[in-house]
Design a protein around this ligand. Structure first.
Ligand SMILES: Cc1ncc(COP(=O)(O)O)c(C=O)c1O
Length: 379
């Protein structure tokens, strides 16, 4: 069996997790959490960072920080994970879905401006497959209309746009360390990135149950108390310790994934040249992180035939998002702006091939061989 994903593991994580256990300091914001956060700030060079229990939580924190109120509108693609929308729907926002681009499957920046109304508060670009959205256009639109940009960079760690790390461009950004992502903090985890300094003080308060506990720990106040709304958005030290083992090997993991990605691309591009399949497009301003290798086929029937064909050979190759605008809840709490030219087409034609740190090249060659055989058998 060749699974679609195996959680990334370098081998050093156990040592750090055991060390955290021995230190008898397991709650959040301990030494491993601080080490991870300063790595993001100094090595990736993004704004102030806060580890969270998931990317979903980081998005929820972002919605609280920009003070989303019932009836506010938030623009995002419909081709995304449910948490991108839910974080804002939880605060009563109306989700305004905009179609995606045919090349990158990312929010189509050319359609964003016409979706803006006087209720619009934010734009949430999702960097699908770790390949950047057109951030210059999106930031310029937000600037013209006084909107916030929250990058859902769940899949984007180690990827960049014009040399700037994804998640480090908008006012706020988020990463996921779920086990399906390039780096994991032991199965679940996330990061909130605060690039706009105005949000820093409140971010640490909301994350600490609405208290000024962080100020107390820094000796700024002599006791801490309830000062704002908030929740518990700290992961444990065990998660941070696991993540530290991955951050130390961040380049190695990235290089391996990029090598696998290029193998797929080089082997399958002759089929793209023959018009049989579409492969991922990486815009010249973007550097991706090998998060995902996807194929787009002629449509639903052919895509499902390839999924079945690979399944019979023991290969997991799943499809991906179900468009959010086309769900009962999406219709209730959201609306599609304009028409759906690409979103459903992508959802119906895309499948993802196995990709993880450590996937053996000989196994990858088998997968490639079976994909090629499939197209030969399709005539
Ligand atoms: C685009 C996107 N946003 C948000 C999330 C949520 O991440 P998490 O599972 O860490 O909450 C995911 C997870 O798959 C995702 O793909």
């Amino acid at each position: 069996m060749i699974p679609f994903n195996i959680p990334s593991r370098t081998g050093i994580e156990q040592k750090y997790v055991l060390d955290a256990i021995s230190a008898q300091k397991l709650c959040g914001d301990g030494p491993y959490s601080r080490r991870c956060e300063s790595w993001f700030e100094s090595v990736l060079n993004v704004g102030k960072t806060y580890l969270t229990p998931s990317c979903t939580h980081a998005l929820e924190l972002a919605a609280l920080l920009i003070d989303i109120q019932p009836g506010d509108e938030v623009i995002m693609p419909s081709y995304t994970f449910v948490s991108t929308a839910n974080a804002f729907a939880l605060r009563g926002a109306k989700i305004v879905f905009v179609d995606i681009r045919a090349d990158t499957q990312n929010l189509d920046e050319r359609l964003v401006e016409s979706a803006i109304t006087d209720r619009t508060r934010a734009i949430v670009p999702v960097h699908y497959a770790g390949i950047s959205c057109s951030m210059n256009e999106i930031m310029a639109i937000a600037d013209r209309h006084g909107l916030y940009v929250i990058e859902d960079a769940a899949q984007g760690m180690m990827a960049s746009f014009e040399g700037r790390p994804l998640g480090g461009i908008g006012h706020l950004g988020t990463y996921s360390f779920h086990e399906t992502k390039n780096y994991t903090s032991g199965g679940e985890g996330g990061l909130l990135i605060v690039n706009d300094d105005r949000f820093q003080k409140r971010a640490e308060i909301i994350r600490e149950k609405g208290t000024n506990r962080k100020q107390f720990l820094r000796g700024v106040v002599d006791k801490y108390s309830w000062v704002d709304v908030g929740s518990s958005y700290l992961p444990s030290e065990l998660q941070a310790a696991y993540l530290w083992g991955q951050l130390e090997a961040a380049e190695k993991i990235n290089d391996y994934r990029l090598m696998l990605w290029r193998n797929y691309y080089d082997a399958l591009s002759p089929m793209q040249d023959q018009g049989l399949v579409s492969l991922p497009v990486v815009p010249s301003a973007a550097r991706h992180n090998g998060h995902m290798f996807y194929l787009k086929l002629s449509g639903l029937d052919q895509r499902d035939r390839l999924i079945d064909c690979l399944k019979q050979r023991g290969v997991q190759a799943p499809f991906h998002y179900v468009p959010l605008h086309d769900t009962a809840v999406g219709r209730k709490w959201g609306r599609l702006h304009g028409s759906d030219q690409q979103t459903s087409k992508t959802a119906n034609s895309l499948l993802r091939l196995p990709m993880w740190y450590g996937l053996a090249e000989k196994d990858q060659l088998e997968v490639i061989g079976w994909v090629k055989d499939f197209f030969t058998s399709e005539g």
